[in-house]
Design a protein around this ligand. Structure first.
Ligand code: NAI
Length: 339
C-alpha cells in the first residue's frame, strides 16, 4: 500500500519535473575559472534545458566541450561577435554573472572594484535590454557593491525587480558547513549554518548561535568565525597569484542557481541566505543585506528575520552594517557616473 502510494507520488514528481523544468540559463564570464566548472554543473542540472555561455573570448570552446555531456539541454557559446551578448541573454530565465577579475594575494575584494564595477554595469545594461525579467545572480566581486550597481542600472532603465536580484553569498554558507564540521567532528553534509550580512571580511556574519554547536568554547568559536569570514584568503594564498576560489565557488553558484530554479518551478520551502534588496535594516540606511530567503515562482518569496541571536552576533552585525553602508554607497556613486 505504502509503496504503491510512493510510486504514485514519484511518478507525479517525474511528470511535474518534466512539465515545468524548462529553463534557459545564461552565464556571463563562462570561460573563467568559475565560469567553466559552473557551466559544467549547470549542464548536469535537469532543470536547465537551454544553456547560453558568454565570454569576451573562449565561450564557444567551453560550450562545445560541455555540449557532449548526455543531458537533456542544448548549449551554445557566444562572444561579442554578431551581437553574441544579446543573443545569449534573450529568453533567459536566470542570468549568472561571474565576469571580472579575481583577487591576488594581499588584495581585498574591494580592490577589485575599479575593474569589475564597469564590467558588471555594462553587463547589467545588456540584461536590462535583453532579459529584463530574468533572475540575476551576481558572483563578481565586490558583491557588496556590484549588486547595488546592477540595481541602479536596472532602475535607470525602469526594469528593476528587487525580487529577482541576488548577490551570491552561498560560498560563505558552504564554507561554514565545512569548517564547523571540522571543529565539531560531524558530517559536513548535515551541517547548516545561516550566514548573514554581506560577502567580504567582517560583513560575513555566521550565526553560530543558531547551530547545534552554540556552546563550543569561545576561543574555538572565535577562530571558526574568523575562518569563515576570511576563508577566501586561504585559497588566494594557496593559489599564489593564480586567482581565488573557483571550484568551491562553482559548486556554491550551481547550488544557488538550482535553488532559484526550484523556486521558479514552484517547489516549496527552498531557503538560501542571499544578498538582496532587504527591508531589514533599511531604516538605518542599509539597503542591501543578506538574510535567509524563501525562493518562489517570482524570485524572492519571503525574507526571514534573524530571530533571536547572541549578543556577540548583534555586535558583529552592527559592525557589518557600517561597512555595508559604505560598500553599497560606493556602488551607487559609481553607477551615477557610469550611466
Ligand atoms: P577569471 O579571471 O578566471 O574569469 C573571469 C572571466 O570573466 C574571464 O573569462 C573573462 O574573460 C571574463 N570577462 C571579463 N570581462 C567580461 C565581460 N565584460 N563580459 C564577459 N566576460 C568577461 O576569474 P574567476 O576566478 O572566474 O572570478 C570571477 C569573479 O568572481 C571575480 O570577480 C571574483 O572575485 C569573483 N568571485 C566571487 C566569489 C563569491 O563568493 N561571490 C568567490 C570567488 C570569486
Amino acid at each position: 500500500m505504502f509503496s504503491a502510494r510512493r510510486q504514485l507520488i514519484n511518478s507525479f514528481r517525474q511528470f511535474s519535473t518534466s512539465s515545468i523544468n524548462n529553463y534557459k540559463v545564461s552565464v556571463l564570464g563562462a570561460n573563467g575559472g568559475i565560469g567553466q566548472p559552473l557551466s559544467l554543473l549547470l549542464k548536469l542540472n535537469h532543470k536547465v534545458t537551454d544553456l547560453a555561455l558568454y565570454d569576451l573570448r573562449g565561450a564557444p570552446g567551453v560550450a562545445a566541450d560541455v555540449s557532449h555531456i548526455p543531458t537533456n539541454s542544448t548549449v551554445k557559446g557566444y562572444t561579442p561577435d554578431n551581437d553574441g551578448l544579446a543573443t545569449a541573454l534573450k529568453g533567459s530565465d536566470v542570468v549568472i554573472i561571474p565576469a571580472g577579475v579575481p583577487r591576488k594575494p594581499g588584495m581585498t575584494r574591494d580592490d577589485l572594484f575599479n575593474t569589475n564595477a564597469s564590467i558588471v554595469a555594462s553587463l547589467a545594461l545588456a540584461v536590462a535590454e535583453n532579459s529584463p525579467n530574468a533572475a540575476i545572480l551576481i558572483i563578481s566581486n565586490p558583491v557588496n557593491s556590484t549588486v547595488p550597481i546592477v540595481a541602479e542600472v536596472l532602475k535607470s532603465k525602469g526594469v528593476y525587480n528587487p525580487k529577482k536580484l541576488f548577490g551570491v553569498t552561498t560560498l560563505d554558507v558552504i564554507r561554514a558547513s565545512r569548517f564547523i564540521s571540522e571543529v565539531a567532528n560531524t558530517d559536513p553534509t548535515k551541517e547548516q549554518v545561516t550566514v548573514v550580512g554581506g560577502h567580504s571580511g567582517i560583513t560575513i556574519v555566521p550565526l553560530i548561535s543558531k547551530t547545534l554547536h552554540k556552546d563550543i568554547a569561545k576561543d574555538v568559536k572565535d577562530a571558526l568565525i574568523n575562518r569563515i569570514q576570511f576563508g577566501g584568503d586561504e585559497v588566494v594564498k594557496a593559489k599564489d597569484g593564480a586567482g581565488s576560489a573557483t571550484l568551491s565557488m562553482a559548486t556554491a553558484g550551481a547550488r544557488m542557481a538550482n535553488s532559484v530554479l526550484s523556486g521558479l518551478s514552484g517547489e516549496k520551502d527552498i531557503i538560501e541566505p542571499t544578498f538582496i534588496d532587504n527591508p531589514l535594516y533599511k531604516s538605518e540606511g542599509v539597503e542591501f543585506f543578506s538574510s535567509p530567503v524563501t525562493l518562489g515562482p517570482d524570485g524572492v518569496h519571503e525574507i526571514h528575520t534573524l530571530g533571536t541571536i547572541a549578543g556577540f552576533e548583534e555586535e558583529m552585525i552592527a559592525a557589518a552594517k557600517e561597512t555595508l553602508k559604505k560598500n553599497i554607497q560606493k556602488g551607487v556613486d559609481f553607477t551615477g557616473q557610469f550611466l
